[in-house]
Write a protein that binds this ligand. Sequence first.
Ligand code: ADP
Ligand code: GLC
Length: 488
Amino acid sequence: MNILFATAEVSPIAKTGGLGDVCGSLPKALAQLGHDVTIFMPYYRQAQEWFASNDIEPEEVLPATYVSWANWAVEARYLRTTLPGTEIPLILVGNDYYFHRPHIYSARFDGYDDGIERFTFFCRAVIRGCELLGIAPDVVHAHDWHTALLPVYLHSGLRGSDQFRNARSVYTIHNLNYQGIGGSNRFAGLGLHSRYWAPDAVEHYGDVNLMKGGIILADQVTTVSPTYAREIQSGEHGAGLDGILRSLSFKLHGILNGIDVDEWDPATDPHIRSNFDKGHLAGKRLCKRALLRELNLKHKARTPLVGFVSRLVDQKGIDLLIAALPHMLAAGAQAVILGSGEPRYENALQQIAARHPESCRVIIGFDSALAHSIYSSADMLLMPSIYEPCGLNQMYALRYGTVPVVRLTGGLADTVIPFDGTNLDAANGFGFFSANAADFYTATWLAMLNYRESKSWRRLQANGMAADFSWERSARQYEAVYDRARYS
Ligand code: ADP
Ligand code: GLC
């Protein structure tokens, strides 16, 4: 079938988190199942830089074109290339006013948050691009709030056009807490009939809510783990949309993300100091020594190195980390933390590092090579997330023999089997349930105790490294959802 992916991020071209990883790897698995996938993404400044630094020149495929909707007529450029390392077509939608900014999600130059306008333009440009390039998808697969308008536009009459006559929509929620919300005055800019200003479309308690529209009007809805699919139907994790999700649960599916097992393979990873695999962990020890040296930390026998790689936002349990980390260091751990995000979190973590120069390093920034190096070198990876739709970091850690210590929520509960003292045949990590720093510390402390028991520790590592997180199984589940969208 012809599948159109529309997304705000594609790894390795432009990413801020797991959305990019998924949209850069799931299309490969779908192509391997025999489907024709075309990906659309914005031609950000960051994407231009990525292509330039990789000596790739995307080809301009159309003369600059006006995309019009509501009262707008905005110029779009369309450039074609392929998803790196594949034959999968990737169409870049260019408009420097919207996309040439310091960060992927930067506000306008004057500080005004025009995110809804930018991604409305992107969705309209995807539609126009399909018309002009003769792309007739069977399934339009939209992701997160940025492209939630695509299922809405499909519902609102687009199916009358030749290109979209057979198109059905699938909408994936990667994170329910970012919904694309704006004041009611934004509605006019969406170019929708007034019938869509209603609680069963994009209106939510007087505001525009794009994700709500996507959920209600898509033919099928998925989210990125089975546990998160259940959690978002509850008041605690439903972010105000739990009632809607409960009433639409007949078309909501939790499909666990996979990972790109070629990019994330300790046996071949070019970013790490020494390659290794399940049967030969000596390379992992060399990675750890090298990273400690780079960070100017002393290598000490029987001292665990705990790692943390993440956006620094409250979702990720940074408050718990800040409270528990000094105790972990006092108990003898070394720590390396890589992240960027809210300044209050960046500052608090840097202060901890300043107080513990002998055992803790905090690197503020986004650095993919260093992330690979941390997964390969650390003994444990910390993920005390308050909520976690899927989480990819724990899967990368498991594959690199790094034992995760996680809060058992969302996809973390679906991928980490906590060690309880009796299940060494299956366990691959440590877990805790309630979102408090004491429980997080206790779980890490237990991990540290077990780290000293080298036999059981090796078993935990081996169980993690043996897990299969490749995309194939999940890609087949997406295929089944696409079929449901088309035939039900
Ligand atoms: P989320 O999408 O919520 O941020 P995921 O665990 O799904 O969480 O994915 C995070 C992705 O972003 C992983 O590929 C991780 O390695 C990467 N990442 C997060 N923060 C950084 C950082 N500071 N530097 C490099 N990579 C990062
Ligand atoms: C979101 C979630 C994360 C998930 C990723 C990819 O960013 O926060 O848990 O792994 O999307 O689906």
